[in-house]
Design a protein around this ligand. Sequence first.
Ligand code: CP
Ligand code: NVA
Length: 306
Amino acid sequence: MNTIKHFLQFQDLSREEFEYIFTRAKIIKSRFKNYQTYHPLLDRTLAMIFEKQSTRTRLSFEAGMHQLGGSAIYLNTRDTQLGRGEPVEDAAEVISRMVDIVMIRTFEQEVIERFAAHSRVPVINGLTNEYHPCQIMADIYTYIERYGSITGKTVAWVGDSNNMCNTWLQAAVVFDFNVHVSTPPGYEVEPERAGLYDTTHFESFADPMEACRGAHLVTTDVWTSMGFEAENEERKRDFQDWQVDTEMMQIAAPDSLFMHCLPAHRGEEVAAEVIDSAQSVVWEEAENRLHTQKALMEYLLLGALA
Ligand code: CP
Ligand code: NVA
């Protein structure tokens, strides 16, 4: 039986485990900022498999592994046998005999689940159609860094019920906060696809303004995610009233934050004056990908340090 610990969706880790990882992320971030060498993963290797494009995920994992003393290998579909139909199970057997940890960005969640089932080493989800757990881990760390705790707060999600939205919904159960979701008709959350068995932390709103009323954090994402490009024009029409604008931020709580995982489209899902405002913490979110993922890799490989 495979007892390796993976991070394939947000609820794979408990609140206690995230709290441990956040404690470590704070220490690792501070050491890094002070140019202190920290090499707990000396000689360990991370394989990064990308079936979709990336800037932040590749950089943060690759730089992060180097900073922890290890090395990272970038693989993509085009240049590997994965693109020529080698079964994902066979690839998992081989890759996991050569490296210590694997990060995968792919399409269906099922692909990463199949890889993990045949992997001898921990597997991390670097984004699938269904989930983006590393991003939400960094976002929650960013909120906690600013305000101490997210428990009991309200997060407003405006836009598509995509991988980011699904992961916020899972995180709400783990950290006990509420998510107000507003999507255009036809793009509603599918609780089963979100892996959501507890829907008590989630409420739907037809009007995005109502979703934002009193929210402590307002967040959104692109209208068209990677893999759905054929729907782009239709989505641009359907989502035009779901742009996070100044009015939405004004109806939110006075000290609310704006988050976006990036890349962003100013003038589509978010107005330029919101993403470029003082309430926006998008650069902090991106930076915290590096520190939280270093803590995650340390935890998955070395366990909780005494
Ligand atoms: N937010 C995020 O995952 O960005 P990339 O697609 O650039 O990795
Ligand atoms: N929802 C977006 C996130 C990109 C980081 C996508 O899947 O394309």
